[in-house]
Design a protein around this ligand. Structure first.
Ligand SMILES: Nc1ncnc2c1ncn2[C@@H]1O[C@H](COP(=O)(O)OP(=O)(O)OP(=O)(O)O)[C@@H](O)[C@H]1O
Ligand SMILES: [Mg+2]
Length: 359
């Protein structure tokens, strides 16, 4: 995917290192960085791929080794609370911190895939017509990888995966509208008492243990699901397969209700399936100066001990601006590395890594 080039200072912000370290390490790594054209000083211009390559080089050099691998679903039963925004930004930040990251779009509306620059509605013919690379089309989705999909040949993981910012950036299993059929297939299974929610857990278990060579997920330190707001079989499957559920709360009048609903879903899972992911609550659209918000935080921290993440994300118009801009095919954390919201997102990522015990 294309984007504006990044100057050394922006790279330094993204990686949390000095500009000298950026220059030194990118030379040591032998990364081919372009130089600004013209007569002035030949400033280095990094592509987004260069930055992820540098991050991977640094992780290797500083011997970053995750203590454990995790699966996390970003989910809240309420629509529009920032699930997809948070999933796309976090999955862009984690590889900058040295974690191999896979993000899976489970919503047939494909907002996550679109935020990485893919066009879920475009055919190959249409792409060629408007001079876009056919890789921007979505040919396969998560459902295609499951035996439940009942197709003559299952596509390989490689043909499903998208790598919007190159090998060292986040990897994506995209979505498009036909993913909707997965829920219908799962519902049919449920009617026949086949426990479809176990299918996703089985997929991940096999993928991570390397049992299935066509489906090797063992390289990923963190796998993130972006779930739709519906509490459907697919979402339950993702939750069951996950170690953590990250629930954004928008701090509006009735938004804490969505947490109590989610918490009920989790206890139901515990009693019927004996397993459920640990809840982490993340304040989004957060404004600590509002009285109601402070009262909500108090209520949430009292009721769900240790679930509240101590870092939050404030409201910012930048999120919408980045989404609607033609200049970027990047989540905000990458498009505007020095914006306040990008700083907050990086702090949230660090806090999660700590809370989940990854590093
Ligand atoms: N902190 C924020 N400040 C301002 N706007 C935000 C913030 N977080 C998300 N948004 C915006 O809110 C809208 C909804 O966000 P998003 O699509 O991530 O929510 P969602 O929970 O995934 O929605 P759905 O339930 O439909 O899947 C988007 O336009 C997004 O840019
Ligand atoms: Mg969404």
């Amino acid at each position: 995917m294309s984007s504006k080039p990044f100057k050394v200072q922006a790279v330094a912000n993204l990686l949390g290192i000095t500009v000298d370290a950026v220059r030194r390490d990118s030379e040591e790594a032998g990364i081919q960085v372009a130089r600004q054209a013209g007569d002035g000083p030949k400033t280095r211009l990094f592509t987004i791929q260069n930055i992820y390559e540098l991050a991977a080089f640094r992780a290797k050099k500083t011997l970053i080794k995750p203590k454990k691998k995790v699966i996390m679903t970003v989910y809240a039963p309420k629509g529009g609370v920032g699930k997809t925004t948070i999933a796309s930004n976090l999955s862009s930040i984690f590889p900058l911190l040295g974690l191999k990251t896979l993000v899976i779009d489970l919503d047939f509306q494909a907002n996550l895939s679109m935020s990485f620059g893919y066009d879920a509605e475009m055919t190959h013919e249409e792409a060629i017509e408007v001079n876009k690379p056919v890789e921007t089309c979505v040919d396969f989705h998560f459902g295609n990888l499951l035996p439940q999909w009942q197709q003559s040949t299952t596509p390989s993981l490689d043909s499903v995966l998208k790598k919007p910012y190159g090998e060292f950036g986040p990897h994506l299993i995209p979505a498009e509208v036909s993913l909707d059929r997965l829920e219908a297939l799962f519902t049919l299974d449920a009617i026949m008492s086949k426990q479809p929610e176990l299918a996703i857990a089985k997929f991940l278990h096999e993928g991570r243990s390397g049992q299935n060579v066509n489906l090797d997920l063992s390289q990923y330190d963190i796998i993130i699901f972006d779930a739709p707001p519906a509490k459907n079989q697919t979402t339950r499957g993702a939750l069951l397969a996950s170690d953590f559920v990250l629930a954004p709360v928008s701090m509006e009048k009735y938004s804490t209700k969505s947490v109590s609903y989610l918490s009920k879903v989790l206890s139901e899972m515990e009693s019927s399936l004996g397993k459920y992911p640990e809840l982490i609550i993340l304040g989004n659209f957060f404004d600590a100066t509002r009285v109601r918000v402070a009262a909500q935080v108090l209520a949430l921290t009292n009721q769900y001990k240790n679930a509240w993440l101590n870092k939050t994300i404030g409201s910012s118009e930048e999120f919408k601006k980045v989404l609607s801009s033609d200049d970027y095919e990047l989540p905000l954390a990458l498009a505007k590395p020095s914006a306040q919201s990008a700083l907050e997102l990086r702090s949230v990522a660090q806090a999660l890594i700590e809370k989940m015990g990854i590093l």
